[in-house]
Write a protein of this length. Structure first.
Length: 83
């Protein structure tokens, strides 16, 4: 998170927004805490996947995009394991 230029407090806020956006997009029903967790972990997952392709997202907007994409991936994986 620090390498992306985002502090811990900002990471929690941006992670919450990214998780909430992913929740709305994927039509899921999660709580606020789960949205924050999905957004933060999703950003880490998405940044790891994107770095394999040479894409690096930095700053607030990059963290939001990565968090959204990663949270959507995590929600889809969670749904696949529940079925």
């Amino acid at each position: 998170m620090e390498s992306a230029g985002v502090g811990w407090i900002a990471a929690i806020v941006i992670g919450g927004v990214a998780g909430w956006l992913a929740e709305q997009f994927m039509k899921s029903n999660l709580g606020v805490l789960m949205n924050i967790i999905l957004g933060i972990i999703g950003a880490i997952v998405a940044n790891a996947i994107l770095s394999l392709f040479g894409v690096v997202l930095t700053g607030w907007l990059g963290y939001l995009i990565a968090g959204f994409v990663g949270a959507c991936i995590l929600i889809a994986v969670g749904r696949a394991f529940r079925r």
